[in-house]
Design a protein around this ligand. Structure first.
Ligand code: SF4
Length: 460
């Protein structure tokens, strides 16, 4: 399961804004590894550099030194709409001269087909296949006397999940959709202002966290400092998976440190599904903290029975079938001396398709584990996500068509316990009605009728 993107913006005249953005994108690399890009403005023109690859592969000393200016935005991408091609890399730039804007987007909009058609009829030509270019062109073509009015108009037309950073020649805008599906926060650096998908990016560049940007809020940052406009918000629906998996544990999302939420998920699983065992392992890295939480609450020792090779990314996976077959072995190495003859509790963040989990359990058994009891921080995922998470189509989701017992049998575990929805909400520690939980419940906060119709066809 992959998340859509990481975004960042900085308004800091006199500072090396491209380099600040580069380091912030490094900290947000976990949110997208396919492409990276930075756009800067020197108050006269916008410059853009975006390529396929990790942040460290995309930028060189030379490319960074050419990105001069007072304002910058940056983007790490994992594709959820549009294919993995350089033309889909962001930021996206539309317009020209004083009228040019660059846009970076995290999320997924559900009415992009209709808006795309409408914009094509108006004569707009698209260079990519992303919904992000639809957003950029919609803002650019919107009626309004200034960019704030144009952005507000676009917000009334767009349905779905979007956290945006927008660069005009003299202003940085940060926008969070009225449901607040994806996170976005504001920080200060050397008397200037930054915005980022996650607060961990602020920590790495020496910025101070100021606050989360509210659902429905537009923040405009220019020489006068930040000014906010709030759209009416009917219902907040932040993606609860930010706490389970996407966000880094050292990030604060909507006032809650992700590390603490994961620790509580592990403890909750120990309450809901106790078992006699000798060792608790969290699948690294996303479930490491939850593993500690389970161990602490249950009193069963926590250990590292699986080592993760953190440098195996999509980019380096060989197209060669023999290497692909190694799959999970390239990523995880079990420790037989730790696992031999042990009854193991294995804590993971989620089970999506159920393709990886049996292989991990098999690795543990081959390394000598006597029993493997699976505990999962996400309730069964039965519905796909339309808001920027590349999960799977419904027929691929194992919990959509198998009972818990059938999943247990399929993955080869001795027992299986998924956290309850109430237990998950309690662990995050924020009101339950402020989250999107649609992939567990099918109750989407934003109308997704068109997509549901496609889903029905797919299931036929
Ligand atoms: S459907 Fe699931 S993954 Fe998608 S936004 Fe909602 S909670 Fe997050």
């Amino acid at each position: 399961m992959r998340e859509a993107c990481g975004i960042f913006g900085v308004y800091a005249p006199g500072e090396d804004v491209a380099r600040i953005t580069f380091f912030a994108l490094f900290a947000l690399q976990h949110r997208g590894q396919e492409s990276a890009g930075i756009a800067t403005s020197d108050s006269k023109k916008i410059q853009l550099f975006a390529r396929m690859g990790l942040v460290s592969q995309v930028f060189s000393e030379e490319s960074l030194s050419q990105l001069t200016g007072n304002i910058a935005i940056g983007h790490n991408r994992y594709s959820t709409t549009g294919s993995s091609r350089v033309c889909n890399a962001q930021p996206i730039m539309v317009g020209s001269g004083d009228n040019a804007i660059a846009v970076a987007h995290n999320g997924n909009i559900v009415n992009s087909e209709r808006l795309h058609k409408e914009l094509c009829e108006k004569g707009y030509i698209f260079n990519s296949s992303t919904d992000s270019e639809v957003i950029a062109n919609l803002i650019h073509s919107a009626p309004g006397k200034d960019w704030m009015e144009k952005i507000r108009y676009a917000m009334h037309r767009i349905q779905g999940a979007y956290s945006l950073v927008i660069l005009t020649k003299d202003t940085l805008f940060a926008v969070r959709d009225p449901f607040g599906v994806r996170p976005l926060c504001l920080g200060r650096i050397n008397g200037f202002w930054v915005v980022a998908s996650e607060s961990c990016a602020l920590d790495h560049i020496g910025a101070l966290f100021a606050r989360d940007i509210d659902p429905g809020e537009i923040v405009a940052i220019d020489a006068k400092g930040p000014q906010s406009y709030h759209e009416i918000v009917e219902k907040k629906a932040t993606c609860i998976f930010e706490y389970i998996y996407f966000a880094r544990p050292d990030s604060i999302v909507d006032g809650r440190l992700v590390y603490q939420a994961r620790l509580a998920m592990g403890a909750q699983l120990a309450e809901e599904y106790p078992v006699d065992a000798d060792l608790v392992i969290g699948v690294p890295d996303s479930a490491t903290v939850a593993g500690i939480g389970y161990a602490t609450r249950s009193g069963i020792p926590h250990g590292e029975g699986l080592m993760k090779n953190r440098y195996v990314g999509r980019t380096f996976i060989s197209p060669d079938q023999r290497m692909r077959d190694l799959g999970v072995k390239m990523k995880f190495n079990p420790l037989p001396d730790i696992l031999r003859n042990k009854r193991v509790v294995l804590v993971d963040d989620s089970i999506v398709r159920g393709t990886t989990t049996p292989k991990v359990i098999n690795l543990l058994r081959k390394a000598g584990a006597k029993e493997v009891h699976m505990r999962v921080c996400a309730p069964p995922i039965r519905y796909p996500c339309f808001f920027g998470v590349d999960m799977a189509s419904r027929w691929e989701l194992i919990a959509a068509h198998k009972s818990v017992e059938e999943v247990r049998d399929f993955i080869g575990a001795d027992s299986l316990g998924y956290i309850s929805i109430d237990g998950l909400v309690k662990s995050v520690g924020l009101p339950g009605d402020t989250f999107c939980k649609a992939c567990f419940t099918g109750d989407y906060p934003i109308p997704v009728q068109l997509e549901m119709d496609k889903l029905a066809l797919e299931l036929r």
